[in-house]
Structure formats: structure tokens, C-alpha cells
Design a protein around this ligand. Structure first.
Ligand SMILES: [Ca+2]
Ligand SMILES: [Ca+2]
Length: 193
């Protein structure tokens, strides 16, 4: 095995360890969420909450693993309030996580995996040259990234922004929920509560 191949192999091993660590941490967090919000789960019904939370956790794991590996996010912009970047699960950021964009992920490391779909709902599909990850209702997930590196993300939910102005996380993800509208927060499914 050449030196460069050994280096890529070592990096992939480190990424796998990082992903395993992130999975354990997020599973602990998920169990804590479920213990804290059993009533909400019963109300919303596990049929769509559970799989959506699963995809959200996979995105969190992939994004955190990429950041640990590269010390930067897989995409960059100066959107929102200069403290938080927002993306959807389409195009370059998703291709980078999947290991399918050689310009941003030259080792081709698969930081996230999602099952393919033929219906453009609940899975991974191609739209022209773009990779797209859709939720159960056919809409892209929303990704929020900590732009100013203070470990906090501005809470985008106006219903809870007063009590929780900042989310204590470097990355947050949410689905627009059954109504497909990101601005209606009653049905949105989010990573932080
Ligand atoms: Ca921030
Ligand atoms: Ca909604």
C-alpha cells in the first residue's frame, strides 16, 4: 500500500471512530429527548416523528464528523444574521457529506448515508446534477451551522425565541413537517427540542 493510500486509510479510520463517538452521543441525546417529550411523541404519532428524527440525527452525525475531520463546515455562506449559516439538503453540501464532490471531499469519505428513493420523498435522489435529500413529505431538510464559531445558533423559531434565543449547538437541523412550510413551527420537527 502506498504512503498516500495509508494516509487516506488512517484518516478514514479516524473518521469512523469520530462517527462512532458521535453516534453514541447522539443516541444518548435522542433517548433523553424521548424521555423528556413522551407526550409530544404520542400526540404527533411515532409514524412520522421517528423516521424524521432518524434522518435528522444522520445529518447531525455527518456534519459533526466532517467538521471534526476538516476543521470547517462542508459549505460556506454568510446568510441570515452573520452568526448562522443556513442550507438545505440539496447540492454541494449534501454531495460533500456523501463523498461525491471531489472538490470539497477529495478522499471520497462517506460522512452520511441515506437510502435512495424513487418518489422524491423520504430519501436520497438526483435532480439533474444535484443530490437531494427529502423528508417524508418531499421537502428538503434545513441545516443551520454556527458561522461565528461561538457554539451557538440563533433560534429560528419565533414561537420559542424569547425563552430560547440561542440553540446551544454548532449544528442544528429541522424538517418543515407535514405542512411543508418551514415558517409554521407547530409541526416542524427539529433537532434541538
Ligand atoms: Ca454562532
Ligand atoms: Ca411547518
Amino acid at each position: 500500500m502506498s504512503e498516500s493510500n495509508r494516509r487516506v486509510s488512517r484518516m478514514a479510520g479516524c473518521v469512523r471512530l469520530g462517527v462512532l463517538s458521535a453516534v453514541l452521543g447522539l443516541l444518548t441525546s435522542l433517548v433523553a429527548d424521548l424521555m423528556r417529550e413522551p407526550i409530544n411523541l404520542c400526540r404527533d404519532g411515532p409514524s412520522h416523528v421517528w423516521p424524521t428524527r432518524g434522518r435528522i440525527q444522520s445529518l447531525l452525525i455527518g456534519l459533526n464528523a466532517f467538521y471534526e475531520h476538516r476543521s470547517r463546515w462542508p459549505a460556506w455562506n454568510d446568510s441570515l444574521d452573520k452568526r448562522t449559516m443556513e442550507f438545505t439538503t440539496r447540492g454541494s453540501i449534501l454531495a460533500t457529506l456523501l463523498g461525491k464532490d471531489a472538490s470539497t471531499n477529495p478522499e471520497g469519505i462517506e460522512f452520511s448515508w441515506f437510502r435512495p428513493t424513487r418518489t422524491s420523498k423520504d430519501g436520497l435522489w438526483r435532480h439533474g446534477d444535484d443530490w437531494v435529500l427529502s423528508d417524508l413529505w418531499g421537502n428538503e431538510y434545513r441545516i443551520l451551522l454556527d458561522l461565528d464559531d461561538d457554539g451557538k445558533i440563533t433560534n429560528p423559531d419565533p414561537l420559542t425565541a424569547k425563552e430560547l434565543p440561542d440553540i446551544a449547538a454548532a449544528v442544528a437541523v429541522y424538517s418543515s413537517g407535514p405542512d411543508g412550510n418551514a415558517a409554521t413551527w407547530e409541526d416542524n420537527i427539529r433537532s434541538w427540542r
